[in-house]
Design a protein around this ligand. Structure first.
Ligand code: CU
Length: 165
């Protein structure tokens, strides 16, 4: 089998898999055109550096992104975690779960756990692997040790971004 033929077949396989996912998970959208994305992709900047998102208790910001804009394939990020008074939060556990809403699928692997940087309040993600170009929603599950109460408090922060190429 020639390389060209092999790549056409693998493209067709990927395409039909995507149609299958799209049609089975969103029965009300038979057309999987990216323009039907519920979030207007025109509003999302291509550069992800500096993107911010927040929950009621915490804010995250992408303070480094390699590469920027995000690409299909592996992406390394550093993010900062602060509370509402802008204090850097150390010792948190942050798990990122990317999801492509328009097709109803995640990334591969499905989730990523940050390691804490030596810089106070900064967290590193390596090899976040987007499997497709388009608009992705990243849910960051943040668990912070609570100094006053026993136990830990969790919250979720959702960041929407574009994977460009
Ligand atoms: Cu997709």
């Amino acid at each position: 089998m020639s390389f060209k033929r092999a790549s056409i077949i693998s493209f067709m396989t990927a395409f039909s898999l995507c149609c299958f996912i799209s049609c089975t998970t969103s029965p009300d959208t038979h057309d999987h055109d990216h323009d039907l994305d519920p979030i207007n992709s025109e509003d999302i900047p291509e550069s992800i550096l500096g993107l911010k998102a927040e929950s009621e208790t915490h804010t995250i910001q992408l303070i480094s992104a390699d590469p920027d804009p995000a690409i299909k394939g592996k992406n390394d990020w550093t993010l900062s975690l602060t509370d509402k008074a802008d204090n850097a939060i150390t010792g948190a556990t942050i798990v990122a779960v990317p999801f492509m809403i328009v097709h109803g699928h995640g990334s591969s692997p499905l989730s990523y756990t940050a390691s804490e940087s030596e810089q106070e309040g900064e967290y590193l993600f390596t090899a976040i692997n987007f499997i497709m170009v388009g608009t992705w929603e990243i849910t960051f599950k943040v668990t912070v040790e609570n100094e006053t109460d026993a136990g830990a408090a969790s919250n979720e922060i959702v960041l929407t971004l574009k994977v460009v190429n």
